[in-house]
Structure formats: C-alpha cells, structure tokens
Design a protein around this ligand. Sequence first.
Ligand code: DC
Length: 214
Amino acid sequence: MIITIDGPSGVGKGTVGQKLADKLGFHLLDSGALYRLTALAAERQKVDFADEKALAKVARELDVVFEPGDKIKYLLAGEDVSDAIRQEDVGMNASRVGASEQVREALLQLQRNFARAPGLVADGRDMGTTVFPGASLKIFLSATAEERARRRIKQLQAAGQAVDAEQILKDIKIRDKQDRERLISPLKPADDAIEIDTTSMSVQQVLDVVLALV
Ligand code: DC
C-alpha cells in the first residue's frame, strides 16, 4: 500500500508523513531529502547549477546511505549530512535542482525503489502525480504562506537558531513559485488527491483526518 503526501514547503508533510508511517508501521520516503542531497553534493563538487547534464550526473551517482533509526540518518560519501541538508540555502538549491527534467529522471527509480511491504508513505511535490500515480491514497496538504512561515519560524526558534522572519516568508514564496511553475512535475494535486487545508489545524488534527481516510 502506498500513501502519498504532497504539498508546498513548510506545510508539515514531513511531520505528518513520519507520524503516519510510525503509526502504520510503514516505510517512509522523504523525497525532498533526495533533491536536497543532490543540491548539497552538486555544491560540494562545485558543479554549475545551470549545467543540467552535470547536475543529472550528480543525481545518478549520488553516494548516499540511508541509516534507519528514530530519525533517518543521511550519509553522503560517508559523512552524516542529516543537519546540513536541512539548511535554508540547501532547500532553495534543491528547488532549483528539482526544476531539471534530467535530475528528476535520474531520481525517479531511486524513489520507486522505496516501495516495500507492508507499505510506504511518500512525501514530496509529485508523489501522487508522477512517482506513484497508482497510490492507494493521495493527500495534498495546503496552508497559507504566512502560516507556513510562522511554523518554520517556531521550528527554528525551538532549535535555538537565529530567525529573519521576513526573509523566511520571502523564501517560502520564492520556492512556491519555483515548485509550482516548473514545466516538469510541478507541485500540484493529483486529480484523485484529497486536499486538506491545514491552515488552522494542529498536526494531530491533520493526522486524525488522514488516519480516518486510511
Ligand atoms: O520537501 P523539501 O522542502 O525538503 O524539498 C526541497 C525542494 O526539493 C523543494 O523546494 C522542491 C524539491 N522537491 C521536488 O522538486 N520534488 C519532490 N518530490 C520533493 C522535493
């Protein structure tokens, strides 16, 4: 059984996806992490972000190990980059990298390989439209940009990081535009996705709705 959770940056796909996978005893695919890993590897190899062919090569040859645990650990060329890939600039670069058709193609099979019994929860932008079009349940989460920025700020503050609130809202809007307007696999709900506007919902409320649908 495959459950897809798509939606824009900061909407809570990761949190809901993780809790849902835990609850059901399913595997989890955080597809954004793969785009983030590609962006980080490209940056470290000093690849020109305008050079699509070179970016696709980085994606195809991604030397990554996923270490399961309470929170999955990402090892890039042997180094734990789990925190590094969560930085804002890496997210922005991941959004740029994700606009490349060749990169998306390179990552497609890798993502599909995550489908394993008893089931998979896959979160991202195009899980329901492109990667797992035959999924049993497709969820599309939305929330206003302002609410998503507020959640992100809270998260950063809780982690003791400095916060530039205005910049965070700006970045969210830029990424929304990039992810929605790209030609290949843009962010949009699949025709058979169920949309949940989470703007005034708690994580638990969203989870309850999704579990009822499951
Ligand atoms: O979900 P995230 O914030 O970790 O994703 C980072 C970027 O990666 C996102 O802005 C666009 C890209 N991405 C994508 O193009 N397709 C996906 N399925 C997941 C992420």
